[in-house]
Design a binder for this molecule. Structure first.
Ligand code: PLP
Length: 611
């Protein structure tokens, strides 16, 4: 929502009765950008502002949605979720989730060896009953690590994604003398058809087919380890669009669960995977990848009722319900703030009476069309005129100044007939490749809104172009299928004040998947919590964005050596000019400039602070 100053205000607990606790996002940005020379943090944009209070609220809402569904349906067990760390492995986010989720035994899901390491270390401070679900393709080291987790008294569930992983689990658990907790991922036949569902269904990338499940059960039974099989997992894709599709998937999985019970496994948990979607465009339309038709409560009700129904019919004890919701937990808690400025337009040529005369003589048809207000013909003649003049320029008949005059004249004509393109390009001090890779990769749309000036009517429409030297680096499609955004009219960087936009709902996946195309690295990050103090917020952590030296290091360059080499070169070049005091000073300036270039962020530097 916008506050009385026209700035975006954040209401971390979503409680409308406590507006005095709202956090003014613009105040946060101004606060953390106060230059170091004035005792501030001196952070630069782009900037990710994280709100742990929002994270806590999302977790609590998810838990209470399931608790209510369990209670209202008389379900015979409980909900105990895990957070898939791949959605955002940031240490403080994972630690927050473990901490906030501890009262309800919330755990973590890992899909690789380093993810298991971070999950185990974070869970040391978590609830001892929390699950650590180990998904993904596994080698012997992965399985050993998960078994080690059992020795360290974590509830590590090794979820078999491929049949041959079972041999590793059987052999290594015997070798390490540890009784494993085993789960298996079923390849469901229920398939969702959006982008994220491409790995669901019978031909999906992950999981075991019915044949493989039966064979795993037989092998476990032969090894006397069928009691270790306790969890059934499936994942039909992220952003499940409707609760009816969800119910189909959960019912199919619940039947498999009951079959595993019948076959003698000591089943205890059904893990419904991720897929709890969020409404990026607020339409609740179920538009693939952008929207879902259900609320958190309806999602939980659909899961609980589908499992309850199947288990009731099969007289099977109700399992603990686990979900691996990632997007729905972390997306909301952070905002990406960046600066935008409208493209510098050529100053409109004010046609002189002589020019009009020139047009009248040369372009009778155009002149007549303008005079009678015929927009369609005017546009056509303008295009023809431009084309012809370009040809004449290429022939060397028109000079560059004459070409500029014609451009100005055409612009004037377009304005006069109301035919100018109302959409301006706004340049963002941001890399889409680094900060919103899903927009490029699969057209994911995110809400983008100015975080200030919301008490002024936007006078322009704009598309957004990023800093990279890549024509794909632009946003020309927005929420609601719009091809431009309503934006305020702002001059290029520095002129007319800063214009700050916020990109919302990007807290999951975007940060971890972004690359360093053109060597634009990660933004600055701050964590902001509510406080009773004068500002209603307190900055609990601030990290500057990646400096150029870090991104260079990421592609195997060695910034320290590069700096030395360049300084050495400066020394050589400057000393050839003589060794007077002037040269010495020039060398020092060059060296200081090089130093700064390695230490600063790769983004455009604008003046420090913000007024
Ligand atoms: N679990 C598994 C196995 C996944 O592959 C994913 C993501 O695709 C998730 C959980 C998280 O899904 P979501 O972010 O839709 O909750």
């Amino acid at each position: 929502a916008a506050n009385s100053s026209g700035n975006i205000s954040v209401r971390p607990h979503g409680d409308e009765t406590l507006p005095h606790q709202d956090i003014d996002l613009m105040k946060v940005v101004k606060n953390v950008m106060v230059p170091k020379s004035s005792g501030g943090l001196g952070l630069q944009l782009p900037l990710i502002v994280r709100f742990p209070d929002v994270l806590k609220n999302r977790l609590e809402c998810l838990q209470s949605a399931f608790d209510s569904a369990v209670k209202s349906q008389g379900y015979g067990s409980h909900y105990q979720g895990v957070f898939p760390v791949k959605c955002n492995q940031d240490r403080f986010i994972v630690e927050d989730i473990v901490n906030f989720g501890s009262p309800f035994r919330f755990g973590l899901e890992a899909g690789s060896k380093p993810e298991i390491l971070l999950a185990m270390s974070c869970l040391c401070k978590g609830n001892p009953d929390a699950f650590l679900v180990c998904n993904g393709f596994k080698d012997a080291e992965y399985v050993s690590l998960a078994l080690l987790g059992r020795k360290l008294a974590f509830n590590t569930m090794i979820v078999l994604e491929q049949e041959h992983e079972l041999d590793l689990v059987i052999n290594l658990s015997q070798k390490m003398n540890v009784r494993p907790l085993i789960g298996l991922r079923a390849k469901l036949r229920t398939k969702q058809s959006n982008h994220y569902g491409s790995y669901s269904g019978e031909k999906g990338k992950f999981g075991l087919t019915s044949t493989q499940i039966v064979s795993v059960v037989a092998k476990l039974s032969e090894s006397g380890m069928l009691d270790c099989l306790q969890l059934l997992h499936f994942h039909i894709g992220s952003m499940i669009p409707s609760s009816s599709l969800l119910s189909h998937g959960v019912s199919e999985a619940a039947q498999i669960y009951c079959e595993l019970v019948r076959l003698g496994a000591h089943m205890k948990i059904i893990d419904v995977g991720g897929g709890l979607g969020i409404d990026y465009d607020g339409s609740k339309s179920g538009e693939p990848d952008q929207s879902v038709t259900y609320t958190l409560e309806e999602y939980a009700e659909a899961v609980v009722s589908s499992i309850r129904y199947v288990c009731h019919r099969r007289s099977v004890k109700h399992p603990v319900i686990c979900s691996e919701s990632g997007r729905a937990i972390v997306s909301h808690h952070s905002v990406l703030i960046f600066e935008a400025a409208s493209d510098v337009k050529p100053v409109a040529h004010q046609p002189k009476p002589d020019d009009i005369q020139f047009l009248l003589q040369r372009e009778e048809d155009l002149y007549a069309a303008v005079m009678r207000g015929d927009q369609e013909s005017s546009l056509l003649y303008v295009e023809q005129l431009k084309q012809r003049c370009l040809e004449e320029f290429k022939e060397g008949v028109l000079s560059i100044e004459q070409l500029v005059s014609v451009d100005g004249l055409c612009e004037w004509v377009l304005k006069a007939i109301g035919g100018s393109d109302p959409v301006q390009t706004y340049n963002m001090n941001l890399s889409i490749f680094t900060s919103t890779p899903d927009h490029l990769g699969m057209g994911q749309l995110f809400p983008i809104v100015p975080i200030h000036k919301l008490d002024q009517k936007p006078g322009a429409r704009g598309v957004l172009s990023d800093l990279t030297c890549d024509s794909d680096g632009k946003i020309v499609k927005f929420i609601g299928g719009e091809s431009s955004l309503p934006l305020h009219e702002i001059d290029s960087y520095g002129g007319g004040g800063r214009y700050l936009l916020g990109l919302f709902l990007g807290g999951s996946y975007e940060e971890t998947m972004g690359g360093v195309h053109n060597l634009f690295g990660g933004p600055s990050v701050v964590r902001v919590s509510q406080s009773d103090g004068p500002h209603s917020f307190v900055v609990t952590r601030a990290v500057s964005g990646q400096p150029s030296s870090d991104v260079l290091r990421a592609v195997q360059h060695e910034p320290e050596i590069m700096l030395q080499t360049l300084k050495h070169r400066a020394e050589e070049v400057m000393h050839t000019k003589g060794s007077g005091e002037e040269d010495e000073n020039e060398y020092k300036n060059v060296a200081a400039c090089l130093d700064r270039s390695f230490h600063n962020m790769p983004y455009l530097a604008t003046e420090e602070g913000i007024s």
